[in-house]
Design a protein. Structure first.
Length: 109
């Protein structure tokens, strides 16, 4: 009987450590989510900034007073397409994180 109690205490200690590790991983996941949001913002800015030199090179007549067409819709479409891709990536990451959390929860039990 005492051996059984000792075994249960060992299991409880292991469970306690696993719970601490799960809490640490949840904090890390939250940080990763914040970093992903920042990366999305920076990458969206980069797409816009990369298009600016092209627009400036393609419209040198603007400085001379000629009215060259300014096509901002292409930039908008690029950013929109990029965000759609990121949304799909985010959905996949959220799904994988959910499965991972369930697996850890099941392992703890």
């Amino acid at each position: 009987m005492r051996q059984y109690i000792v075994e249960l205490e060992v299991e409880n200690a292991i469970i306690s450590e696993l719970r601490k590790r799960v809490a640490e991983l949840e904090i890390e996941n939250a940080k990763i989510s914040e970093f992903r949001k920042k990366v999305v913002e920076v990458e969206a800015r980069l797409v816009i900034l990369e298009q600016r030199p092209l627009q400036n090179n393609n419209t040198p007549n603007d400085l001379k007073g000629n009215n060259a067409p300014n096509d901002n819709t292409s930039n908008f479409n690029l950013v929109t397409d990029y965000h759609k891709k990121l949304l799909k990536d985010k959905e996949m990451n959220d799904f994988l994180n959910k499965i991972h959390k369930k697996r850890i929860g099941n392992d703890i039990r």
